[in-house]
Design a protein around this ligand. Structure first.
Ligand code: SER
Length: 315
């Protein structure tokens, strides 16, 4: 069957790279990207539409126009920005999802991708090797909305047989598009500042370990999940997915191996620390490994090398 994909929230950190991968896979004419704003740059063969995911009738017109077989819903407000605008975060993250789920039923969409996050875990979840199924008591509005979203996804799957697939992304590290308003953003800022100024004042403390994933792995993992036969997908809420875990002190050491003069300092207080402290330090992703053969490729050394090599020419 010929696939036609609509991606919503395509200008963001994940969307911009996932869209490129999908275009080369399915052809530019079969991937329609959309966002609330124009993209910074786009090629002539790319199809782009301005859309606010909260405007259900506009979304419906978009579905009518392109008759998608798959939808990727990436529009979301992340953890740090969410704390500034909790109601907006809930509205976008939940009502955006509900709009897409309802239209997916109406238009008989074959497959949906929606990202969840490690933010669904909380202070009473196990800190190390956090299990797929455990206590989940998120403290950020972002985490609350993602956990509620996961339940909605599973509900629509069981009740309406919707083929929805999801990953609980950890912090995603990439050099092409900056993330917006996340708690894990330090792991990207650090490279940019190291190259620009030779120093970085980190907003998380030296020993705050968090799960992370390199963009290349994240894009490949997402496409592998979407490619897997439906009967292999045992989880319809969202899959735990791990790449690696490290602390600010560890990534600073790794950067120093390439940029020996790099200096790291730590700010006294930042509200993102409390969010990070409530999240897992590492993730057990055995369901993803067993169900659809997930395996990350990048470790801290290879990420550091790749980030610095690419950013050198771009900052
Ligand atoms: N990177 C996200 C954040 O920090 C986690 O899903 O908000």
């Amino acid at each position: 069957m010929k696939e036609r994909i609509i991606m919503i929230g395509a200008n963001g950190q994940i969307g911009s790279e996932l869209a490129t991968a999908l275009r080369s896979r399915f052809g530019a004419e079969n991937v329609i990207t959309s966002d609330i704003r124009e993209p910074h740059a786009s090629r002539e063969d790319e199809i782009f539409e301005i859309i606010n995911v909260l405007d259900k009738s506009a979304l419906k017109r978009l579905f009518e126009k392109y008759k998608p077989t798959q939808v990727y819903l990436l529009a979301a407000m992340l953890s740090a920005t969410g704390e500034k605008y909790p109601q907006k975060a809930w509205d976008l993250n939940i009502n955006g999802l509900l709009n897409v789920l309802d239209l997916a039923l109406e238009f008989d969409i074959k497959k949906i991708f929606w990202p969840s996050s490690i933010a669904v875990f909380g202070p009473h979840s196990p800190k190390q090797n956090t299990d797929q199924y455990c206590v989940m008591d998120p403290v950020s509005i972002y985490g609350v909305s993602k956990l509620a979203g996961e339940r909605l996804c599973e509900y629509y799957h069981h009740k309406y047989d919707l083929d929805i697939r999801s990953i609980r992304y950890p912090g995603i590290i990439s050099w092409k598009t900056a993330p917006g308003g996340g708690t894990t953003d330090y792991a990207i800022d650090i490279f940019i500042e190291a190259l620009k100024h030779g120093q970085y004042a980190c907003f998380l403390s030296a020993n705050t370990a968090l799960p992370m994933l390199y963009m290349e792995d994240a894009v490949r993992g997402t496409i592998e999940l979407m490619d897997a036969p439906s009967e292999q997908i045992s989880i319809r809420s969202s899959y735990n997915l791990a790449g690696l875990s490290f602390t600010p002190a560890e990534i600073a050491e790794e950067i120093k191996k390439i940029l020996p003069n790099f200096e790291m300092s730590y700010v006294d207080y930042d509200p993102r620390q409390a969010i990070a402290d409530s999240w897992p330090a590492s993730i057990d992703d055995s369901y993803a490994r067993n169900d659809w053969s997930w395996e990350p490729k990048f470790d801290l050394a290879s990420i550091t090398e790749d980030m610095i090599a690419n950013l050198k020419t771009n900052v």
